[in-house]
Write a new protein. Structure first.
Length: 346
């Protein structure tokens, strides 16, 4: 797959480099969210742009020496209180942020470290140290896996003992990653979460979002109000690495939500998603762009790209997150994310 390095790609790459090139992240360049527990949190500005870096390294191993220092800065950023103290300050939880639940942080931190080990053969640091305690990637992954197996909904919860489709997509990915790195059989537990999706969270309706994205506390049943196009497309991209055929079918149904205007396409999320910083048109469109590239829907991907490209040159309001997704989509080839997770050759 040829990559066109145009003005938009160059602008996005330069923007991310400024964010991550120092010893620490330049937080002045990051959009500060209203709440760190929500969907534009600082952790997302690190984990998801990193996927684009890992894809570049997979495609061209010579890029590793250039991108590794930036990935190291991203990792140090993930350990800063800015990324995890919402657990105490916003949610008033008293446990260690990696002890139990909190999949929105712990699961994404785990997948970041798993991808790092796969790329470089060793973690960014021997131990993950936050909030006065430490663990290893393998111990964290095993702790999450055990919670998954013990859960009444076969997933790991984030807040209030509710399990989310978006966050458990990281759980699915990390189980596969850990298995290939350490020879475990964690991914055997993934079927339980897919059963919860099929029997409880997949909406059997022609209109509206595809999933109920969250369960009730300690249950597999959905919270009926928890449905969102932004959550749908985010979840679909992440799950495409695990069940690409199923995601292809789901995305075919879901594409009715894409708005086409001449040669441009976008995803228009609900007003409440924008108001509550749950998602935005730009974010949902960026995820759709990544998924279209992953599923080899080239014409749709180009239409979605045309919506994003003019803004990426000057920068999105919520950067570096969305510029990072733009680069991820740019460097993806058909099935590339699945190969990154599964460890197969490009």
């Amino acid at each position: 797959m040829a990559i066109v390095i145009d003005g938009a790609v160059g602008a996005a790459a330069t923007r991310l480099e400024r964010c991550y090139s120092g010893e620490v992240c330049d937080w002045s360049l990051f959009r500060k969210p209203k709440m760190e527990m929500a969907n534009f949190a600082s952790r997302y500005h690190l984990v998801y742009p990193a996927l684009g870096y890992f894809i570049q390294i997979q495609r061209d191993p010579a890029r590793a020496s250039v991108l590794r220092p930036q990935l190291d800065t991203m990792y140090r950023g993930l350990l800063e209180p800015r990324c995890w103290d919402y657990w105490h300050c916003e949610l008033e939880e008293t446990t260690w942020p990696l002890q139990e639940r909190n999949l929105t942080y712990a699961g994404r931190l785990a997948t970041f470290v798993g991808f790092y080990i796969a790329a470089f053969g060793a973690p960014p640091a021997e131990r993950i140290e936050i909030d006065g305690r430490s663990t290893t990637y393998s111990s964290l992954s095993r702790r999450l896996w055990r919670q998954m197996r013990a859960s009444p909904n076969c997933g790991v919860s984030c807040y209030h003992h509710q399990s989310m489709v978006m966050c458990n997509a990281h759980m699915l990915i990390n189980n596969v990653l850990h298995d290939r790195l350490f020879g475990t059989d964690f991914a055997a537990a993934n079927d339980g979460w897919f059963k919860t999706i099929d029997e409880n969270l997949l909406r059997d309706k022609e209109e509206g979002p595809l999933f109920y994205y969250g369960t009730e506390s300690h249950k597999a049943t959905p919270i009926p109000r928890n449905k969102s196009l932004g959550a749908d497309i985010w979840s679909l991209f992440l799950m495409s690495a695990i069940v690409p055929d199923r995601v292809t079918d789901w995305f075919e149904r879901w594409q009715r939500h894409i708005v086409h205007e001449h040669d441009v396409a976008r995803v228009a999320v609900a007003d409440w998603e924008r108001d509550q910083e749950f998602s935005s048109d730009e974010l949902a469109t960026a995820w759709a762009y990544c998924l279209s590239r992953e599923l080899d829907e080239a014409e749709l991907a180009e239409r979605l790209r045309r919506f994003l490209a003019p803004t990426v040159e000057t920068g999105f309001e919520r950067d570096p997150y969305i510029s990072g997704l733009f680069l991820l989509g740019t460097f993806l080839g058909p099935g590339q994310f699945g190969r990154l997770v599964g460890g197969t050759e490009s």
